[in-house]
Ligand binder design. Structure first.
Ligand SMILES: Cc1cc2nc3c(=O)[nH]c(=O)nc-3n(C[C@H](O)[C@H](O)[C@H](O)COP(=O)(O)OP(=O)(O)OC[C@H]3O[C@@H](n4cnc5c(N)ncnc54)[C@H](O)[C@@H]3O)c2cc1C
Length: 379
């Protein structure tokens, strides 16, 4: 792993930075305020190949590596954490499992329009009683001839209100417990699939999030992803990669807060000098910069291991854990650097602070990341 970016990696970083700063950053506060899904910008990301970064070109993607993906995602998250969440679900949680476990027909039918951004995906694992304990699935899929009939409720589904295609996990054989869960590719617009409660969230307010209710939704056996009973394995493998993306999102949010706080510290004067001249403020900024760099290095290491086909479960969990806790710490400190103005919605750090929190929760809470890391280091 080199600390220097290749020309190809610099190009994708520049491409994402350009669209992020020109098209996304100027509107992010307004989307947050009005809770508006940034549809037009998602279409722009799609046109740039950013909705299917790691999908082979033959299936409509950009055919790039996971390292390129995290470089791009960090840039988008600097501008808008909501847009980064939408992008990361489509890339990491929907395209990735279809790429890894789908057959050729499924890839042509579902992966291609998702990677091109013609369709949007969502990932339906969490349920009212299956959050951290994802194996405790209550949604069932009963086989009837050449169909499965899906019934159950999925909770907190990012992109749920806007999505066209859902990856849904459901129990096909209760006796097999965790080995009795299967994964399905479901048309969200079909009969038997309804949008339930739409969440009012603390942060990432421009991304949609809702319950999805499956009421005897009929799914063809051809839409079974992987083998019957492989569902939980598919979910966990997907989350391993996804966590690297959440790490990149967290680094982006932290970077936005750091950049805002350091600029503000140079402008704001108290006691006749810029507050950046006070050592107390300098140390806060120095710690922020150090923690962000460390978080980014962990994210890059995990992405490299994924690209090299090496085991990366522990490294992905470490990257997500450290980066998300860094985002929370850095955004909290950024509010402090702004003083009372940091508490006001007129300044951006209040939004960064609210946006950071989700990175400690979704795709496995910090406690679950520690469980994953502990189980690996105690082997
Ligand atoms: C905005 C948002 C978007 C989301 N998007 C999606 C999505 O697109 N798809 C999807 O499937 N899910 C999604 N989720 C769900 C998310 O992944 C879960 O909320 C998360 O995994 C935690 O589950 P829970 O909320 O049920 O909390 P619980 O599992 O009930 O946890 C409550 C607390 O107990 C702790 N805890 C639980 N078990 C243990 C343990 N064994 N040891 C120590 N501590 C433990 C947790 O860390 C947490 O602090 C989203 C959630 C939110 C809020």
């Amino acid at each position: 792993m080199s600390f220097l970016l290749s020309e190809q990696h610099r190009m994708i970083q520049r491409l994402a930075c350009d669209v992020a700063q020109k098209e996304i950053a100027p509107q992010a506060a307004q989307w947050d305020h009005t809770e508006t899904f940034p549809k037009v910008v998602i279409q722009k990301l799609a046109a740039l190949g950013l909705m299917g970064v790691c999908v082979p070109e033959v299936y409509g993607g950009s055919g790039l590596d996971h390292f390129s993906y995290v470089l791009a995602l960090e840039e988008i998250a600097v501008a808008c954490a909501s847009t980064a969440a939408i992008m990361s679900v489509n890339n990491s949680l929907v395209c990735e499992p279809l790429k890894l476990f789908g057959n050729d027909v499924q890839k042509k039918t579902f992966l291609t329009p998702l990677a091109r951004g013609e369709k949007l995906g969502c990932f339906c694992l969490s349920e009212p009683n299956a959050g951290s304990d994802a194996g405790n699935q209550q949604t069932v899929a009963v086989k009837k001839g050449d169909r499965f009939i899906l019934s159950g409720t999925k909770n907190f589904i990012t992109n749920g209100p806007q999505a066209d295609i859902a990856i849904v996990f459901a129990v096909t054989d209760k006796a097999q417990k965790k080995k009795g869960v299967s994964a399905f590719i479901v048309d969200k617009h079909q009969k038997g699939v309804e949008v339930g409660k739409v969440e009012k969230k603390m942060g990432i307010k421009a991304s949609g999030c809702c319950q999805l209710i499956f009421n005897e939704a009929e799914v063809s056996v051809q839409n079974l992803l992987g083998e019957e009973g492989q569902g939980l394995k598919i979910a966990l493998r997907t989350l391993d990669s996804g966590r690297i993306g959440i790490g990149a999102q967290a680094v982006g949010i932290a970077r936005a807060a750091f950049e805002a706080a350091s600029a503000y510290a140079k402008e704001r004067h108290q006691f006749g000098k810029a507050i950046s001249e006070f050592q107390a403020i300098q140390w806060i900024l120095a710690d922020m910069a150090t923690q962000i760099d460390a978080a980014r290095l962990l994210v890059h290491r995990a992405a490299h291991l994924d690209d090299e086909g090496r085991s990366f479960t522990k490294e992905a969990a470490m990257a997500k854990l450290f980066a998300s806790e860094t985002a929370m710490k850095v955004t909290t400190d950024a509010v402090q650097v702004y003083g009372g103005y940091g508490y006001s919605k007129e300044y951006p750090v209040e939004r960064f602070f609210r946006d950071a929190k989700i990175t400690e929760i979704y795709e496995g809470t910090s406690e679950i990341q520690r469980l994953v890391i502990a189980s690996q280091v105690l082997r």
